[in-house]
Ligand binder design. Structure first.
Ligand code: 4GM
Length: 248
């Protein structure tokens, strides 16, 4: 997957992308990342990328010209891109949008804004505004990295042969089931016995039940009762009975 990032802080992007799974994905050739410093496209001696807002008010606004030139330079290869601007105004990002971005064929371009905002006319270059949540940050770099990380881990081969992000628990629509590793007992706290049973059918059922139970408790809006499998419906009924029994 080809990913371009436009930013005035390229080091923020490269420092994250040269560690761990992201670095591995790049080494394996599964991700072709290029980071463009918007400041390289400023035309004055001071390499200015921001200016005062028309109409007055506090703060600075990111200028359109350097962003336009940086995009033009990218687009010189003639390849159509899916251009994302990370802003608080955008649709809030989630796992299903990550999946869609991971499976679409166009290269991804992420533009990171800074200052109080970006000149509105820059939106002409943008296919989609994405927000990572309803809060304001000093720049779009962290949101861009959040989006890239969540998309890259879904590319087949990134997580390794035995795991697939497309199959991970959140993709099933539920929160993850609880995990345990050695020791079997830590200062009186034991691992649930079913996990030591070696009975994989029972283990899978227990995990599904735990995942549904946790989701029902913490994020009930994630459960779509219309798309549950027969087995999930039975488990959900069981959970509701368990909860009632616990209350009485
Ligand atoms: C305004 C316009 C994204 C501000 C463009 C960016 C929060 C998010 C910025 C921008 C941001 C978010 C920078 N703050 N919730 N600040 O995803 O890039």
């Amino acid at each position: 997957m080809k990913i371009d990032v436009l930013t005035i802080f390229p080091g923020m992007i490269t420092s994250y992308m040269t560690q761990g799974m992201m670095a591995r994905a790049i080494q394996k050739g599964l991700v072709d990342l290029s980071v463009t410093d918007i400041r390289d496209f400023a035309t004055d001696k001071a390499r200015t990328v921001d200016d005062y807002p028309y109409g007055g008010g506090p703060g600075m606004v990111m200028k359109i010209a350097p962003v336009f030139s940086a995009m033009q330079s990218l687009q010189s290869d003639g390849i159509k891109r899916h251009v994302i601007l990370t802003t608080p105004q955008g649709r809030v990002f989630d796992q299903s949008r990550a999946q869609e971005l991971a499976t679409q064929s166009k290269p991804l371009t992420l533009i990171c804004g800074r200052y109080e905002g970006i000149d509105e006319r820059t939106l002409e270059l943008v296919n989609e505004e994405i927000s990572i949540g309803d809060y304001v940050l000093t720049g779009g770099e962290l949101p861009a990295l959040v989006i890239i990380d969540s998309v890259v881990r879904l590319i087949p081969g990134v997580l390794g042969d035995s795991r697939s992000g497309m199959e991970d628990s959140f993709s099933s629509g539920y929160l993850d089931y609880p995990h345990y590793t050695r020791p079997e007992e830590f200062q009186g706290r034991c691992v649930p016995p079913v996990l030591l049973s070696g009975n994989h059918k029972e283990i899978n059922r227990w995990r599904t039940k735990q995942a549904i139970r946790k989701t029902l408790k913490l994020k009930p809006y994630l459960i779509n009762t219309e798309t549950l499998t027969k087995e999930e419906q039975i488990i959900l009924k069981e959970i509701k009975e368990d909860i009632e029994n616990e209350l009485s």
